[in-house]
Design a protein. Structure first.
Length: 530
């Protein structure tokens, strides 16, 4: 059993970042809703609980209707760190004073550290002329702690937020009004590491090489002699899940790779070469291009297209599964953010903008037990696991690709002709991103972007090529930088690179005579065009 940190979530957009920072410090952690009962919290002690972190929120701690922190959090004798709303709740529930305000302020702040607390000792960004240690942080305050609870002392302050941090070192309770989990707080990782490694005394027992052998043992124990079925999409999650399960049970794993005809150039071939060829995994390759194209003919609405692709995928998969009589388990590459997201969707806290079709759907209809060996991992951990299992790094560090594939990158009706043009344009874009190195960072533009692809616009524009007039389609290039895919900036690719990509696409892909670059950030745009 691993030592663990419990993160109670009060609805902040950045709670997942807390978990990632804790994991980066080599400590296992889980996020649970902030209103879990006291029994749950007390039960965590037997699960290796070493400390608790209370997240921020959009709610006001002052508001009677907002979630209270389970009282047991303060009674278990483990260290507690409150962040933003977590700090206000801690103050309020332990006898301090919180003042409400309907005016919220977000942004950069310089915070002065007071006295020497174990949390902040020796951690600073600069010193003032009076020799005070200062921290550059990302602060959000509206409601403020205006009275310290008994036993607490002041840990940090700013002129507009006199109690920006407080601590009761005897009980090992710490709280900050700013957000250590975001990168804008320069020493945020140092603070969270200090909390989990030193204050909670976690030894950093969460690391990838150990994880592989533990996960392999767990899979063997769970499935015994049963056979397992897995839908391989070629994406990172399902590939790593396949490699891990294969490591555990070898030939008792069968993968089904459904090619819907909307994959990237040579993707089907690559998947078969890597997994069936190099790794020796049993894979059934189903070319269902015609079936998908048939069902998509004439359909222009993005949500309807997504639903059709999702439904056909299930059908093809189900038909293949029916042939494998001995399979008792269905493996899926569900990862921790999917788990949190679908929990959020269940409680109605999340708003669905697009219907993603890779979570759920399959199990009920198939009558198989569900095996999800990655459900406690974040994406970066899945990638490390993939490398530890011997998958090619270029595969593991590929940009994400949506389940509906090019189906949501061909605007409006999907046609085989469009898919073919788009595949070739997209391959040129990716090839150039991979081969162009940024002189400042020394990295390729593929690595400097989080996701990049081409989009097919079914409109024709006039051009001139040689002596002739052309009247052909348009391709848009999309490249974004993001750490969580919830928000994203359009990537400021060098003009020379854009020029080269455009020139190559127009010259090499007959049928495209114009290339445009998408300069919209998310929000308000989304990353995919549909
Ligand atoms: P949006 O377009 O919502 O995309 O900003 C955010 C991220 O999600 C990916 N995406 C999907 N992934 N199935 C998937 O597996 C889907 O249906 C789907 N739709 C969007 C998108 O590529 C981006 O990385």
């Amino acid at each position: 059993m691993h030592q663990r940190i419990l993160i109670l979530d009060y609805g902040s957009q950045v709670t997942q970042l807390i978990a990632r920072r804790v994991r980066e410090a080599g400590v296992y952690c889980e996020i649970h809703p902030g209103d879990v009962g006291d029994d749950f919290v007390r039960g965590q002690i037997d699960q290796g609980l070493k400390g608790i972190i209370l997240s921020g929120s959009h709610a006001s701690a002052y508001d009677e209707a907002s979630m209270r922190v389970p009282q047991s959090v303060f009674e278990l004798g483990v260290p507690v760190l409150g962040i933003c709303y977590g700090m206000q709740s801690m103050a309020q529930q332990l006898g301090g004073k919180v003042e409400w305000s309907d005016h919220r302020e977000f942004g950069y702040a310089e915070v002065r550290a007071h006295g020497h607390t174990k949390l902040l000792e020796g951690i600073e960004d600069f010193r003032t002329v009076d020799n005070h240690g200062m921290l550059k942080v990302w602060m959000s305050h509206g409601d403020k702690v205006t009275g310290l609870p008994p036993g607490f002392k002041l840990m940090a302050s700013t002129p507009s937020c006199p109690v920006a941090g407080m601590a009761d070192e005897e009980r090992r309770f710490y709280a900050v009004q700013f957000h250590p989990e975001v990168t804008h707080t320069l020493q945020g990782q140092a603070m969270l590491s200090r909390f989990v490694n030193e204050i909670c005394e976690c030894t950093g027992d969460w690391n990838m090489p150990d994880y592989v052998s533990e996960a392999v043992a767990r899979i063997r124990e769970t499935v015994g002699d049963d056979e397992v079925l897995l839908g391989l999409s070629g994406g990172v999650d399902s590939s790593v899940a396949a490699a891990l399960i294969h490591e555990a049970i070898g030939d008792k794993l069968t993968c089904v790779f459904v090619d819907h005809g909307l994959l990237r150039l040579n993707e089907g071939k690559q998947v078969m070469e890597t997994y069936a060829g190099a790794m020796g995994i049993k894979i059934i390759h189903v070319d269902a291009t015609e079936q998908f194209m048939g069902k998509l003919a004439g359909v222009v609405d993005p949500e309807v297209k997504r639903k059709i692709i999702g439904r056909e995928f299930v059908e093809v998969f189900q038909a293949e599964a029916a042939k494998l009589k001995n399979a008792k388990w269905l493996a899926q590459g569900t990862i921790y953010p999917d788990v949190i997201e679908s929990a959020g969707a269940k409680t109605g806290k999340a708003v669905a903008i697009k219907s993603h079709h890779n979570v759920g759907g399959l199990p009920e209809t198939l009558n198989l037990k569900l095996l999800e060996p990655l459900r406690e991992l974040f994406k970066d951990e899945v990638r490390k696991l993939g490398v530890a299992l011997g998958l090619p790094p270029a595969m593991v560090y590929r940009h994400p690709f949506p389940g509906p594939g090019m189906g949501v990158r061909i605007l409006g009706e999907v046609k085989a002709e469009y898919a073919d043009l788009l595949r070739r344009a997209d391959a040129i874009f990716i090839e150039e991103l991979r081969s162009t190195v940024d002189q400042v960072s020394g990295k390729t533009w593929y690595d400097l972007t989080s996701q990049a692809f081409a989009v097919f616009l079914p409109v024709k524009s006039v051009g001139v090529m040689g002596d002739g007039r052309t009247y052909e389609y348009v391709v848009a290039l999309r490249a974004v930088q993001t750490s969580d895919f919830m928000t994203a900036d359009w990537a400021q690719l060098p003009y020379a690179l854009l020029g080269k990509v455009s020139g190559r696409i127009i010259n090499e892909v007959r049928g495209i005579n114009r290339v445009v670059y998408d300069v919209s950030s998310k929000p308000p745009a989304t990353i995919e065009w549909e």
